[in-house]
Design a binder for this molecule. Structure first.
Ligand SMILES: [Zn+2]
Length: 329
């Protein structure tokens, strides 16, 4: 197929080459591999709308990545997760009807709008948004969204003993991943905190108490207190947890499990829920004050939001709040 060349002023044969293209979108420098057509006769660049569209799409995708703007895939994910159409979501957000459809076509949202959409990746926010604006939706639509939310938010709570068993199934003295009773407590605490932040529901319902060495689940403590370190236990988590919970627990183990029990103890001492529950107590004074679940939820939810933690792997970002303890700059 021939295309018009401006320089030759006629339709010509052409060659498409892949080249690195630099561009500047909203003040951000971007580079990407795009396709450019050259006239076979004079060698000059010729304009082909389809290629140009593709290049613009790539440039925008690159810009989104660099600017931390939500991707079209992520927006599509939100729609599928909550069983909602682009139009309905726009309505819930109080935006122009076609706004989200435009984003799906590749138009880049402003950071402000992108951040708003990103928040909805957390079902807790989606639920809040839905509850406050559902009056603008029809019955059928509401039923669908409610069913989707119910499915996502119906994380079952499990026994704290099963949480302990999960971590024990990971422990292996031979591999050097030693689990002490103290360390186990800290893993349980972080698992509860991040489960609350991601799902708005507790992983287990029994309370954690603000002991001298950090948050403690008393029943777990009394079960394992006489061991110096804990031996590996066989345990099939899929019988107790759902897939997301297993992924979360696995990530908690990967992120926090690498630290020594006493480092973890110092880390939990920095966290507000423990400090607040210890108010009025001397440093070494025993206490069995319950750390309110609400206080743990708020603390981890706030961490999640301020550090823009979007998936379980991002939890690692929160280690920066302990940088003085961990000796990182
Ligand atoms: Zn030409």
């Amino acid at each position: 197929m021939k295309r018009y060349c401006y320089y030759c002023d006629e339709d010509v044969e052409y060659t498409v080459r892949e080249e690195e293209i630099s561009d500047n979108i909203r003040g951000i420098e971007i580079n990407f591999i795009g396709q450019i057509a050259y006239c076979n006769k004079c060698g000059n660049e010729i304009y082909i709308p389809e290629l140009d569209d593709e290049n613009i799409k790539k440039a925008n995708a690159e810009y989104r990545k660099k600017a931390g703007i939500i991707t079209t895939e992520e927006i599509e994910n939100i729609l599928t997760t909550y069983d909602i159409s682009a139009k309905t979501l726009a309505k819930l957000l109080g935006w122009g009807e076609a706004t989200i459809e435009r984003y799906l076509k590749g138009i880049t949202p402003l950071k402000l709008y992108s951040d708003e959409l990103k928040k909805l990746q957390n079902p807790v926010y989606m639920k809040k948004l839905y509850e406050s604006n559902k009056d603008c939706l029809g019955n059928q639509v509401r039923k669908k969204i409610e069913a989707a939310l119910e499915k996502i938010c119906s994380k079952k709570t499990v026994s704290v003993f099963d949480v302990a068993k999960y971590f024990l199934s990971k422990a292996d003295v031979k591999e050097g991943s030693i689990l002490t009773p103290l360390k186990l407590q800290k893993l349980i605490y972080y698992a509860q905190g991040w489960h609350l932040a991601f799902f708005g529901k507790p992983l287990f319902v029994t309370p954690l108490e603000a002991w001298v060495h950090g948050p403690v689940s008393p029943e777990i403590w009394y079960k394992y207190q006489n061991y110096d370190y804990l031996a590996k236990e066989d345990f099939d988590p899929s019988k107790v947890f759902d897939i997301e919970q297993i992924q979360l627990l696995n990530e908690i183990y990967n992120i926090y499990g690498m630290f020594d029990a006493w480092v973890l103890r110092d880390m939990t001492h920095k966290d507000k829920p423990w400090r607040e529950a210890r108010r009025g107590y001397e440093e070494n004074e025993p206490s069995s004050e319950v750390i309110p679940q609400e206080s743990i939820r708020k603390y981890f939810e706030n961490l999640k939001e301020t550090l823009d933690i979007r998936d379980f792997k991002d939890i690692r970002k929160s280690l920066m709040i302990y940088r003085d303890i961990l000796g990182i700059s």
